[in-house]
Write a protein that binds this ligand. Structure first.
Ligand SMILES: [Zn+2]
Length: 107
C-alpha cells in the first residue's frame, strides 16, 4: 500500500472499515495537537477537530498524540542503497531496514 508522507488515515485500535481518524498534515510542530476531555473520556484534537477515538485515560490520549506527531514527521524517501521507497525519520535516516541490517553484517 502506498502511503502519502505524513498522512495518517487510521490510528490506534480502530477496526478496519471503521475510520475514525482524520488525515493529519505532515510535519506537525510539537504542541499542535491538544488532548482534551474529562473524567474517562479523552481524545486528541487538531484545532477543533477530533482526530482519534475516545480514550478512557488521559495518559492513553497523550500517548496517541505523541505517536501521531512522531508519525507526521516521517517522510517517504528512496533508500540511498537500493532505491526502494522507505519511511524516513529525517536526513540521518536514509537507508532502509534491509540495507541497514546487511551493512551491519558486513561491518
Ligand atoms: Zn535499501
Amino acid at each position: 500500500m502506498k502511503r502519502k508522507p505524513g498522512m495518517i488515515t487510521r490510528f490506534g485500535n480502530t477496526r478496519p472499515g471503521k475510520m475514525e481518524i482524520a488525515t493529519v498534515p505532515a510535519n506537525l510542530e510539537p504542541g499542535t495537537l491538544a488532548v482534551r476531555g474529562s473524567g474517562t473520556t479523552w481524545a486528541v484534537y487538531l484545532g477543533s477537530e477530533r482526530i482519534t477515538r475516545f480514550f478512557t485515560f488521559h495518559e492513553a490520549a497523550y500517548q496517541a498524540a505523541t505517536a501521531i506527531e512522531h508519525r507526521s514527521r516521517l517522510v517517504e524517501r528512496p533508500c540511498l542503497t537500493c532505491g526502494e521507497p522507505m519511511l524516513s525519520t529525517g536526513p540521518h535516516h536514509r537507508m532502509c531496514n534491509i540495507c541497514r541490517e546487511t551493512a551491519q553484517e558486513i561491518a
